[in-house]
Design a protein around this ligand. Sequence first.
Ligand SMILES: [Zn+2]
Length: 75
Amino acid sequence: MTKLLLFIAVALGIFVAFGYVRRNARLRREQAERAATPAEGMVSCSLCGLNVPRSEAVQQAGRYFCCDDHRQRNA
Ligand SMILES: [Zn+2]
């Protein structure tokens, strides 16, 4: 009887540990996927219409430009 209880306790422990590891691995994979593919929008230059990533665009008064030269020419 004691052996049966011990077996059940060990089996339950393995089950819980396995579930914990799997959940952790899934969370890490989801975080890695989010980090690998940042959702970066494209914006078009207000002067020449060139599409550039938002992080590389020059912004002024809510409008985007492909370069500083175009921002100054449009001012
Ligand atoms: Zn431009």
